[in-house]
Design a protein around this ligand. Structure first.
Ligand SMILES: Cc1cc2nc3c(=O)[nH]c(=O)nc-3n(C[C@H](O)[C@H](O)[C@H](O)COP(=O)(O)OP(=O)(O)OC[C@H]3O[C@@H](n4cnc5c(N)ncnc54)[C@H](O)[C@@H]3O)c2cc1C
Length: 369
């Protein structure tokens, strides 16, 4: 008699197929860490933004949130440690050594890698700044773990894994990436992508000091002098409360002055879409979007901008988006709060004039501050 053939169990699809049991070694990894980037007494604001995200992740996981600080011993580092508690740290890991005065990849990577290997965090977040990107890549490579760069969303999955979402395929899709089998789960986030958490006055709590174990003679890179970059972007675009921005619909460099004039009357910063930078009309540090700046103003006025996804990801955090476009079907109207279907070249001067008459210099200063 013929035996019934056994139907093979179908293999689990997608993520379930990739998921393996975390090794015993990695199960010891606990707590969420945020790298606090500070240089020459200045903490990069993205670090505090990440403390807000880190707090949410730590609360969901039921673990501590730790700030990690690396730098030369002194007042600036102490102040940054104290400040990290005001932004929600339960404890701080500090590696202080004179060779860490200025950022160099070698000693900073060693410090952070050694701290991870010693204290074993399950999540490690860094700002996607120039320094943060350089450091994160080196540390992830040394630790042989996964790093998701330029995330726009961080969540804890049902099984406790970090779900790190970022744009992909030129920004046309969002993908969620998991580091399933290795620890820590690392992610970088660009400035202004996450909201700034409230600062609450708190005393310094637990501080764990870590020794670098490296001397100047061990470091190949030498700092001969510090020369400030005179051409460094001076715009405050990323942190402005009001931003007026122009796109290709304005048609010419001359018409782009209308954007600058309205911004000036409002005490606002001005920005643009990418094609205007490519045409050489506007400096690159004024570009808003996926490959430009991310902004979170209270008011964003976009004139002659279609609202492509690569632009949208840079302005999604704005409280109020006012779009001026001649095409009522322009994609920007899918996410703008106020749609003005009209010619920006005619409306912008009228708005400038109206605000000039109605806003006193005092009000303008208040908007700008
Ligand atoms: C990998 C990658 C990264 C990118 N990164 C960025 C980025 O960071 N930032 C960014 O902005 N783009 C970025 N882009 C480009 C993006 O895809 C779009 O091409 C770009 O945003 C379009 O710019 P725009 O809206 O100014 O021009 P267009 O798409 O040409 O839109 C012009 C708009 O103006 C309207 N218009 C025309 N005349 C007037 C008028 N008189 N008054 C009012 N409205 C008018 C039109 O109806 C149209 O909607 C990126 C693209 C890629 C592939």
């Amino acid at each position: 008699m013929a035996q019934p053939t056994k139907t093979p169990t179908p293999a689990p699809a997608g993520r379930a197929a990739a998921k393996k049991e975390l090794s015993e070694h990695f199960k010891q990894y606990k707590h969420v860490w945020v790298f606090i980037e500070q240089e020459r007494g200045h903490v990069h604001p993205v670090s505090w933004e990440l403390m807000g995200s880190g707090r949410k992740l730590a609360d969901k996981l039921g673990v501590d949130l730790a700030a990690v600080l690396i730098g030369a011993p002194g007042e600036a580092l102490n102040a940054a440690v104290a400040e990290s508690f005001c932004y929600g740290a339960d404890l701080a890991y500090v590696c202080a050594d004179p060779v860490l005065q200025d950022y160099r990849n070698e000693p900073y990577s060693k410090a952070l890698t050694d701290m991870v290997n010693t204290y074993k965090p399950e999540v490690l977040l860094l700002g996607a700044s120039t320094l943060g990107r350089d450091l994160a890549g080196a540390v992830a490579t040394t630790l042989l773990t996964g790093l998701t760069a330029d995330c726009t969303e961080l969540e804890v999955d049902t099984d406790g894994s970090l779900a790190a979402t970022r744009p992909t395929f030129g920004g046309s899709l969002l993908c969620t990436i998991y580091t399933l089998n290795f620890r820590p789960q690392m992610a970088t986030v660009r400035p202004r992508v996450m909201p700034m958490p409230d600062r609450v006055e708190k005393p310094i709590a637990r501080v764990i000091e870590h020794t670098l174990g490296m001397v100047e003679a061990d470091i190949v890179t030498k700092i001969l002098a510090f020369v400030p970059d005179r051409d460094k972007a001076t715009s405050n675009l990323a942190f402005a409360d009001v931003v007026v921005s122009g796109g290709l619909g304005l048609g010419s460099l001359e018409n782009f002055q209308l954007v600058k004039q309205l911004a000036s009357v409002l005490g606002a910063e001005y920005g643009c879409s990418r094609p205007l930078v490519q045409k050489g009309w506007v400096a690159a540090d004024r570009q808003i979007g996926q490959t430009g700046k991310t902004i979170r103003p209270k008011l964003y006025i976009a004139a002659g901008i279609s609202g492509a996804i690569q632009h949208r990801v840079g302005v999604d955090g704005a409280d109020l988006i006012v779009a001026i476009n001649t095409d009522k079907n322009a994609p920007i109207f899918d996410f703008a709060h106020l749609a003005l279907v009209t010619d920006a070249i005619r409306l912008l001067p009228a708005l400038t004039e109206a605000f000039r008459k109605r806003l006193s210099p005092h009000t303008r200063d208040r908007i700008a501050s």
